[in-house]
Design a protein. Structure first.
Length: 134
């Protein structure tokens, strides 16, 4: 009964309080990397507001990137066949989560994504290059 209903009616991203921060981040990057393939500034697309804090989006739209992509923390284009590896995250408190993400191509790049849960909805508030901390 309910299991079949749950399988037939998956929750949409960004709107489910039950979605894990890791699942949310994975869904964001699946969208983001696909769009990045054809648009060098995905932050201009309104779909990004489904995943990223509106203040962060406004800042990115106004100031752009500092020579590297904000969400990958890389100054290089990722290969189309890059493998995304979202690893188990850690809760800082009831509202903040840290989710490690690896981009695996010829070399592996590590970043940390900070996700906030507010009013039951998840949003990305920051990304940090993990390389200086390794």
């Amino acid at each position: 009964g309910l299991l079949v209903l749950a399988l037939l009616c998956p929750a949409s991203a960004g709107y489910s309080a039950e979605q894990t921060p890791e699942g949310f981040v994975q869904e964001f990057y699946r969208w983001y990397l696909k769009v990045l393939d054809t648009d060098p500034r995905p932050e201009r697309q309104d779909t990004i507001l489904k995943y990223v804090d509106p203040q962060k989006v406004e800042w990115l739209r106004r100031y752009g990137n500092d020579g590297r992509d904000y969400f990958t923390q890389l100054g290089i284009d990722l290969a189309p066949d890059v493998r995304l590896n979202v690893r188990p995250g850690t809760a800082i408190n009831e509202e903040l989560y840290i989710v490690p993400v690896d981009f695996e191509a010829i070399k592996t790049y590590h970043i940390v994504v900070i996700v906030r849960k507010k009013s039951g909805e998840l949003s990305i508030v920051r990304t940090v290059d993990a390389y200086p901390h390794l």
